[in-house]
Each structure stands twice: as structure tokens, then as C-alpha cells.
Design a protein around this ligand. Structure first.
Ligand code: HMG
Ligand code: MG
Length: 292
């Protein structure tokens, strides 16, 4: 941990983005232990699960069981994905205080991932955001495929901006930009940030990088230089999206934390404890139940 320098917030998405794409289903006990180890490693925001249809993502069908067993703490935000009102109701019943709606800058991915057009997704999310706020919850809005889509190909920065603007219109508190299939080069990230910078300060945007082609760190380095101070990452670099063919894991939290420190920023992370969390989840995956 470094002190006295500008802070970067790393949001750990391993328990959600990581485990949603593993063919093996990790037990509730091991998910809870993984989350406890992440808390011990200093992560202050952890996306712990999704309240999506269990038919679409069976790996996270145990969302309620996981949430009921995580020791709550005022210093750690436990967030979860919600695709619709049903998901929000489930999340709120579990005491979740930050939820994420998720759409895309490409029609092809929106259709495959949430069975909706982009416009339908915004219409679907508007009451979700309003009800979340009425219940006192904070809302993140993900935009996937900010550079390219596995179905539609290259995505223009203005298309990303347009979806971000619509999410802001319905009231999301935080925008999260996802390079879902990990194809971005640093210049692509710079163009997307430039397009979105008139909507929200770059320091408030979240960047969600997958590391398919091992360029995520170069993208993060450029993003840091351009003012991004919030990133998603997953311990041990696990995961991907089951509805994005070719997507591999998120950038590893260990590597991203090291990059931030090397670039002169502070994070809240204890690296030795983070390694323990990463080792634990790799071990848990190796012994988890296989696909049925
Ligand atoms: P649908 O089939 O169009 O929805 O799915 P539906 O409303 O017709 O419901 C179908 C069934 O699911 C019904 O059950 C519903 O009750 C049930 P049945 O009557 O057939 O028994 N259902 C639910 N059950 C529990 N919780 C819910 C829920 N909603 C419906 N919330 C839907 C539409 C959006 C539900 C579906 O497409 C879905 O769940 N999609 C989620 C896919 C997903 O989780 N993808 C991965 C996360 S996104 C990602 O990884 C990208 C990201 O990391 C950023 C990046 O990398 O770019 C965030
Ligand atoms: Mg992702």
C-alpha cells in the first residue's frame, strides 16, 4: 500500500463477472470465503453476485444465499447486477445498497445478453433506477462493447456516448464502460473517454477491462494518464461473459493494483492478502462442481 498519493478505487468484480463465466459452479461456502478474503485484502467495493435469471446464469443462482452470509461492514460496498425490476426486488430484499443495470453500445450484444434492444433496455431500466433510488440504493449503469462487439463488430465512440447519455437521463449515478471482449488498444480507450468526457468528469467514470489480448494494462495505464480513477478488476483475472463469445477474464486485480502503485497512485489493497484471495479462488474453482 502506498501513502500520500492520489487514490485509485479498484472495484472487485471477481465474485460476479469472474464466477459467472466459469463452467464449474463454486459452492456458497467458497464464494463467501472468497468475498471475506477480498475484504481482508482491502477491497472497498465488491460486486458480489447478480440477481439475473438463473436460467441465463446458473452459476449465480445462489445470490440470496451468498448475500445472507456475507458479514456486512460500513466500510465495504457490496453491489450486485440487476437486469430488471424482479432482480431489483430480490437485491433490495437482501439489503443490497448499490445495484448495477447493464446494457450495451451494440444492438447485437444487448439482444444476446439481456434479450432486449438498447432502447428497450433503457425503458426497462427507468423504473428500476427510480425504485432503487426510492429505496436509498445507488445505481451503476454498465455500457458493454465500448470498442467492439462479438456480433456487430467495431463500435463507434459516439454510439457509446449516446447510450451513456440515455443512462444519465434515467438517473444512473455512475457510468461503467466495458471492453467486454478485451480487444481495446490504448488509443481506443482514449477515444471513448474523450467522447464521454462531456457527460461526466473522466475521474468519475469506471473502466471495466477484460484482458483477452493482454492489452488491458496498457489501456489502464493510458486511462490513468487521462484521469480515470475507478477501475473494475477480478482477483486472479477470472471470468468473462457467457454471452460474449471469445471474452476472457477481467484484468487481474493484482496486476492492476501493481500498475496503479507503479504509476504513483495509492490503492486500499494489501497485496499479500490479495494474493491469498486469488490463490483461494483458483483452488476453489479446481475442486468445484463441474457442469451438469
Ligand atoms: P427473458 O428470458 O427475456 O426474460 O430474459 P423474461 O422476463 O421472459 O423471464 C424469463 C424467466 O426468467 C422467467 O421465469 C422469469 O421469471 C425469470 P419462468 O417464468 O420462465 O420460470 N426471470 C428472473 N428470475 C430471477 N431473477 C430475475 C429474473 N428476470 C426474469 N431478475 C433477462 C431477460 C434480462 C432476465 C435475461 O436475459 C437475463 O437474466 N440476462 C442476464 C445475462 C447476464 O447476466 N449476463 C452477464 C452479465 S453482463 C456482463 O457480464 C457484462 C459486464 O461485465 C460489462 C462488460 O464486461 O462489458 C457487466
Ligand atoms: Mg465484464
Amino acid at each position: 500500500m502506498s501513502h500520500g498519493s492520489e487514490a485509485v478505487l479498484l472495484c472487485e468484480v471477481g465474485p460476479r463477472d469472474g464466477l459467472q463465466n466459469e463452467s464449474r459452479i463454486v459452492s456458497v461456502d467458497d464464494k463467501v470465503r472468497f468475498i471475506e478474503l477480498l475484504v481482508a485484502a482491502g477491497l472497498r467495493e465488491i460486486e458480489v453476485t447478480s440477481f439475473v435469471s438463473p436460467k441465463w446464469v446458473p452459476q449465480l443462482a445462489d445470490a440470496e444465499a451468498v448475500l445472507s452470509r456475507i458479514p456486512r461492514s460500513d466500510s465495504v460496498c457490496f453491489s450486485a447486477l440487476v437486469p430488471n425490476e424482479k432482480g431489483l426486488e430480490r437485491a433490495l430484499r437482501c439489503g443490497v445498497r448499490k445495484v448495477s443495470v447493464f446494457t450495451a453500445a451494440s444492438e447485437g450484444f444487448a439482444r444476446k445478453n439481456i434479450n432486449a434492444t438498447i432502447a428497450e433496455s433503457i425503458t426497462r431500466f427507468a423504473p428500476v433506477v427510480a425504485h432503487a433510488h426510492a429505496a436509498g440504493a445507488v445505481v451503476r449503469g454498465y455500457v458493454s462493447c465500448i470498442v467492439a462487439c462479438p456480433f456487430d463488430g467495431a463500435i463507434a465512440p459516439h454510439a457509446v456516448r449516446e447510450v451513456c447519455a440515455q443512462l444519465i437521463d434515467i438517473g444512473v449515478d455512475e457510468l461503467d464502460l466495458g471492453d467486454t471482449i478485451g480487444v481495446a488498444h490504448a488509443d481506443d480507450i482514449a477515444r471513448v473517454l474523450d467522447a464521454c468526457a462531456t457527460l461526466r468528469p473522466v475521474s468519475e467514470l469506471v473502466l471495466h477491462l477484460h484482458d483477452t489480448h493482454h492489452r488491458a494494462l496498457a489501456c489502464a495505464q493510458r486511462a490513468l494518464a487521462l484521469g480515470v480513477r475507478r477501475f473494475d478488476a477480478s482477483a486472479a483475472g477470472i471470468g468473462g461473459c457467457p454471452y460474449a463469445p471469445g471474452a476472457s477474464g477481467n484484468v487481474a486485480t493484482e496486476k492492476l493494483s501493481d500498475l496503479c502503485v507503479a504509476e504513483g497512485y495509492s490503492t486500499s489493497i494489501d497485496r499479500i492478502a490479495l494474493d491469498a484471495a486469488a490463490r483461494f479462488i483458483i483452488g476453489a474453482l479446481s475442486t468445484a462442481r463441474g457442469p451438469e
